[in-house]
Every structure is written in structure tokens, then in C-alpha cells.
Design a protein around this ligand. Structure first.
Ligand SMILES: *[C@@H]1O[C@H](CO)[C@@H](O)[C@H](O)[C@H]1NC(C)=O
Length: 637
């Protein structure tokens, strides 16, 4: 099992305890120093599709480096897996050892990686297809990904791409890169102590192999109709560099155009703040007026029983408004069980997202600690099972639900179960494709183990606590007989109201979503957690504000079925997220084949579903607080 650092927290704690006197480094990011001539490890990761020259992605499936069709040189006796975290396995890393020998500070040219390889027709066909799809090799030298040097046309800065090309496509055909110029930048810390601070690989395709490795010769083409012999070669160049070890990641973390980010963020922030202030002020004015009127009418009624005018005024005034439904707003919704389960899981997701972003902001998720983001999210979700159970139980109890056993059971099983089943089915597709993105069976078992051994018991404990608390009692009595609901205007009907309300929280995260998607599908490093944090905050505020406004209008139109309405209208922004993913699919991706499309749609649906639960919960809980507050502040005779 490759789960060396399943628990970053314990490792962090341990490193605090062990090395208090030394400089403090997070696990996985402590520097390694090499003496000249020391072997520097070069590990290989899976092959990933990156965008073509025109910026479109042709595949979302990745392959193992030692997939037999590639015929890459293998180390003796066998390639071995390098230990990885759970998150990095889930996110598709498959890191293995390689036969390349890099000796610190020693330049070597034209080394053969292994004996000549024979490409038969089917592997030639396979590899040529992958080259045409723009696949890239991902190597890690001293934990640093090898990239190609690229210049940004907008900002004119140089930066490293992630990975380097498997082959080249030009007018003469498709060529496999079989020679690698590995250029390693090193930094001297003290005498004869060197650290790796930058890695570039310039791949090349060379047909005729001589003592200069066929430099400037013709390119190599894998023939589709006969066998081709291929010699893999490499050269290593070491360059001294002034870059300090601490800043070695900066060249990878390249913001394509920071102006776009700021612009859109300020844009949405202004809209959101303006909107929220408008909503809140309108609402406050209306509410204060309503509450004053209701309470004044009440006192007139009590003081002056004989006054016919007051009774008449009462009758006229009370004909409309949200006070009329006071005997019904706290009636339990339909399907209280499902709603409470969703709310429990939503609260769990909400807290998890908040913590994850906060940790990332504090710099705990260094890119050199591969997979730390995934590991942290899984860990947090597991531990926060307690909150899920608690919230679900309390909500269910306040709905006076009776199937409490079912509630306790479904809270940790329903939503994670849906997510896991979809994940499992998508994984089957990957297995069929023999893609390295497929999560190994052992990892699946570990996830199920964590789920049932940690998350489920914690959720049960939370539920137990939740059910022991007294039920949240409504501020007003519930009438025996439900009121008639008058017919509503068009925009208050469920679907139009969902469409109207859902677009605003989506607007708050729209731009950041674009960057997250390109980091997921184009395997780019995502690190703009500051932006993400602000966007998340804006999204919460918008979501809460517009849902509350919606519910106010709903109650004013004497419709008291607000529970599901609040959840669904806020959750409707997930529909926009999904639609956005589909637009991205049409415009940015050119996925040939069924498997790629199924995977893309499947993962988009999964993310949208979780987003639905999250925003729905935010909308519901704020509406709940709002309803409690307004009906708590009027006097009911
Ligand atoms: C190794 O090659 C690099 C790049 O060509 C060069 O800058 C450096 O001086 C060489 N080092 C040695 C020891 O020859």
C-alpha cells in the first residue's frame, strides 16, 4: 500500500516535535542537498493529455508511463512505485522509478537509456494517436516536475509548462520524441552541497543515431505498417543558478493574466456588495414596517375591544402579508427525512470547504507536497462526519420526524454513497481503457475503510448528540388545519424562481470556476487560493441574501411551503455550474470517443451535485434563521 502520509496532521505535529531547533519545513517539502557526483532521483509519473497548440483538449484519459505500448526504458530489475499520499493517488498520480542516471554536477551527452526497442504496428498506431492528442510526459527530478520553457505572450515572462511533449506533429507527419536534453539548474548552498532548483527537458525526435545522437538529423516516424526500431537517448546538463531553493516553485506558478482575475473579482464583488446592501435595506425597511403594523394592530385590538373602526382596519390590513401564514410556516415540509439528510451533508461540505481553503491560504498545501489537497479534503470530510450527523439529527427532530433510525443511517450513507457509486462506475470506464487514472482497487478499499470505520461512527455520534438536544421549538403555534394557498404569480413559481435566484451565486464564482476547471482538466497547478477564498465568501453572501429575499416574497404571497423552495432555489446555481461545464466541453474540449465524454460529464455531474447540496444548505439555513427571526418578533394573539 502506498499511503506514506495519509495523515498530514500527525506528520505536521511530529515535525514540530522532532525538529524545533532547525528551520521548519512542512513534510514532503524539506530540501535535499547533494554532493557533486551523487545520484539525483528521476521518477516518472503518468502521461497526461495537455492542450494542443490551439488550446483545445483532446482527451481526459491518462496512461501509465510503463504502459507496454510506449516501450519506454525500464529500470533494472523492475520499476517500483514511489510512495504517495491518498490524495495524490485519487487525483491520478502514479509515480515510479526510472532508469535515468543523473549525477549532480556532471554533464553527460548522448547516453543510451536502454537497448533498441521494437515498435510493432499496433503500438506504433497507439503511440501516434497519443502524440496527435497532445500527450505529455511528466517527470519528477528531486520532486520538481520537468517542464518545457514557455514564454507568455501577454506578460512576456518565461515560465515552465507542466510536462513535456511525447512527440511532435509537423507537415511531414507524426514524430516520437526519443531524445531528451535534461537541463537541471542547481544552487550551491555551502561548499559541495547542491540543491536542485529547476528542471527543463527539451525533447527531440531523432532518427539516425550516431555519436552526436543524430542531432540535426531527420525526425523519427513510427510506421503504421511495419516495425520500427527506436533508440532512446538522453543528455544531462547542469547549470549553476542563483535561484534559492525556497523560490524554486515560482516559475511553475504562473498566473496567465493576473489582471483578468482582479478585474473579474472586483466586478463581482461590487455587484454582490451592491446587491446585498440593496436586499438587506429593502428587507429591513419592509420588515420593520410590517412588524410595527402587526404589533400596533394587535395592541389596538386588545386595548379597544369596542372600537369597531379598529376591527375594520384590522380586517383590511390583515388581508395580505406574511403574518397571515404564521400558523403554517413552521409546519414540517414534505419528505423531511431527505431534506434533513441533505442539510447534514451540506453542513459537512460547507465546513470542509471553509477549512480546506483556509489551510491552503495559510500555505499548508505546498505544490511539492503532491496530493496534499485531496488528502486534506478527504480527511476533513471524514472527521466532519460528526457535524453532518448532528445537523441532520437536529433538523429532523425539529420537523418532528419519527423515523430517527433511518435518519441516523442515511446521513453518512446516502450522499457519500451516491458520490462513491458514480466514482466507482466512472472508474470502471477507466479500467476498460487501461488508463492510469483508474484508482487502484486497494485505494478503493482504503476509501471504503475510512468511510465505514471513521466517518460513519463519527456521524452516528453526532446524530446521537443531536437527538439528545431538545427540539428547536417554533416561536408561534402551528394551526390544526392547513391554510389554502392562493395561486401565485409567474415568477414565484418553482422553476422561474430557481432560474432567477440560482444565477447570482453562480455569477460570484464564475471566473474562478474557469480556472479550477482548466487546472483539473489541463493538469495545471492551481494555487490562487486567495482569489478562491474571496469568491467563496462572495458566493455565500449572495446565496444567503437572494434566497432570503425570495422567501420573503414567497411568504408575502401567502405560500408557506418555503423549506424545499429555499433549498432548491439556492441549489439551482448548481444547474448553472453544470451548464457551464457543458459549454466548456463544447468550446474547449474535443474529446473523441465515448469514454472521455462519459468521464467528463460524469465528473461534472458529480461536482455539480455536491455544489447543489452545498448551496442548497446555505440557502436553507439562512432562510430558516430569517423565518425564525421574523415570526419571533411579531405578537400573535
Ligand atoms: C554543463 O553544461 C552547461 C550547459 O551547457 C554549462 O553551462 C556548464 O558549464 C557545463 N558544466 C560543466 C562542468 O562542464
Amino acid at each position: 500500500m502506498r499511503l506514506s502520509d495519509v495523515s498530514p496532521c500527525t506528520v505536521i505535529l511530529a515535525s514540530f516535535l522532532i525538529a524545533p531547533a532547525q528551520a521548519f519545513y512542512l513534510p514532503g517539502v524539506a530540501p535535499t542537498s547533494y554532493k557533486s557526483g551523487d545520484l539525483v532521483p528521476l521518477n516518472v509519473n503518468r502521461l497526461t493529455p495537455v492542450g494542443n497548440q490551439d488550446g483545445s483538449l483532446r482527451s481526459v484519459i491518462s496512461f501509465d508511463y510503463y504502459h507496454p505500448a510506449f516501450h519506454f526504458c525500464r529500470p533494472e530489475p523492475e520499476p517500483k512505485y514511489v510512495s504517495e499520499s491518498l490524495g495524490s493517488i485519487l487525483f491520478g498520480d502514479r509515480i515510479m522509478t526510472s532508469p535515468f542516471e543523473l549525477k549532480m554536477g556532471i554533464n553527460e551527452t548522448c547516453k543510451k537509456s536502454c537497448a533498441e526497442k521494437k515498435f510493432d504496428q499496433s503500438s506504433a498506431h497507439f503511440v501516434n494517436r497519443r502524440i496527435a492528442q497532445g500527450f505529455a510526459l511528466n517527470w519528477l527530478i528531486d520532486g520538481l516536475p520537468a517542464g518545457q520553457l514557455i514564454e507568455d505572450e501577454v506578460t512576456k515572462t518565461k515560465f515552465y509548462s507542466q510536462g513535456f511533449a511525447l512527440g511532435i506533429v509537423d507537415d511531414t507527419g507524426v514524430h516520437l520524441n526519443n531524445h531528451y536534453d535534461i537541463i537541471v539548474d542547481y544552487h550551491e548552498v555551502t561548499a559541495d552541497q547542491y540543491r536542485v532548483v529547476g528542471v527543463i527537458v527539451q525533447p527531440d525526435s531523432r532518427d539516425k543515431q550516431d555519436d552526436r545522437c543524430g542531432e540535426r538529423g531527420p525526425r523519427l516516424t513510427l510506421q503504421d505498417n511495419l516495425e520500427t526500431n527506436v533508440q532512446f537517448t538522453y543528455s544531462v546538463y547542469w547549470r549553476p543558478s542563483p535561484t534559492a531553493w525556497a523560490t524554486r516553485w515560482d516559475k511553475y506558478l504562473h498566473v496567465f493574466d493576473p489582471k483578468i482575475h482582479w478585474f473579474s473579482l472586483i466586478n463581482s464583488a461590487v455587484i454582490v456588495v451592491f446587491l446585498t446592501i440593496t436586499v438587506v435595506s429593502i428587507l429591513m425597511r419592509a420588515l420593520r414596517r410590517d412588524i410595527q403594523r402587526y404589533n400596533r394592530l394587535d395592541s389596538i385590538n386588545l386595548d379597544d375591544l369596542s372600537g369597531t373602526s379598529a376591527v375594520a382596519e384590522d380586517g383590511v390590513q390583515e388581508d395580505s402579508g406574511w403574518k397571515l401564514v404564521h400558523g403554517d410556516v413552521f409546519r414540517a415540509p414534505s419528505h423531511p427525512l431527505i431534506l434533513s439528510v441533505f442539510l447534514g451533508n451540506g453542513a459537512q461540505l460547507f465546513v470542509m470547504t471553509g477549512f480546506t481553503i483556509a489551510f491552503a491560504l495559510l500555505g499548508f498545501l505546498s505544490p511539492s507536497n503532491r496530493g496534499s489537497l485531496g488528502t486534506l479534503m478527504i480527511l476533513l470530510y471524514t472527521v466532519l462526519g460528526f457535524i453532518g450527523g448532528y445537523v441532520s439529527a437536529r433538523v429532523y427532530k425539529s420537523f418532528s420526524g419519527e423515523k430517527w433510525k433511518l435518519n441516523i443511517g442515511l446521513t453518512p450513507l446516502l450522499v457519500p454513497g451516491i458520490v462513491f457509486s458514480v466514482f466507482f462506475l466512472l472508474n470502471l470506464f477507466l479500467w476498460i481503457q487501461a488508463s492510469s487514472g483508474a484508482v487502484p482497487f486497494t485505494t478503493m478499499l482504503v476509501i471504503v475503510g475510512i468511510w465505514f470505520l471513521i466517518s460513519v461512527p463519527l456521524s452516528f455520534a453526532g446524530s446521537w448528540f443531536g437527538f439528545r438536544q431538545p427540539a428547536i421549538s417554533p416561536p408561534v403555534r402551528i394551526n390544526q388545519i392547513p391554510r389554502q394557498i392562493p395561486p401565485s404569480s409567474t415568477y414565484m413559481r418553482p422553476v422561474p424562481s430557481m432560474l432567477l435566484v440560482g444565477i447570482l451565486p453562480f455569477g460570484a464564482i464564475f471566473v474562478e470556476l474557469y480556472f479550477i476547471m482548466s487546472s483539473i482538466w489541463f493538469s495545471k497547478v492551481y494555487y490562487m487560493f486567495g482569489f478562491l477564498f474571496l469568491c467563496y465568501g462572495l458566493m455565500i453572501i449572495t446565496c444567503a441574501a437572494v434566497t432570503v429575499l425570495m422567501i420573503y416574497f414567497l411568504l408575502c404571497s401567502e405560500n408557506y411551503h418555503w423549506h424545499w423552495r429555499a433549498f432548491m432555489t439556492a441549489g439551482a446555481s448548481a444547474g448553472y455550474v453544470f451548464a457551464n461545464a457543458m459549454i466548456y466541453w463544447v468550446t474547449k474540449l474535443q474529446l473523441g470517443g465515448l469514454a472521455g465524454s462519459v468521464l467528463y460529464i460524469g465528473y461534472s455531474a458529480l461536482i455539480s451535485f455536491l455544489f447543489f447540496i452545498l448551496t442548497g444548505t446555505i440557502g436553507y439555513l439562512t432562510s430558516w434563521a430569517f423565518v425564525q427571526k421574523i415570526y419571533g418578533s411579531i405578537k400573535i394573539d
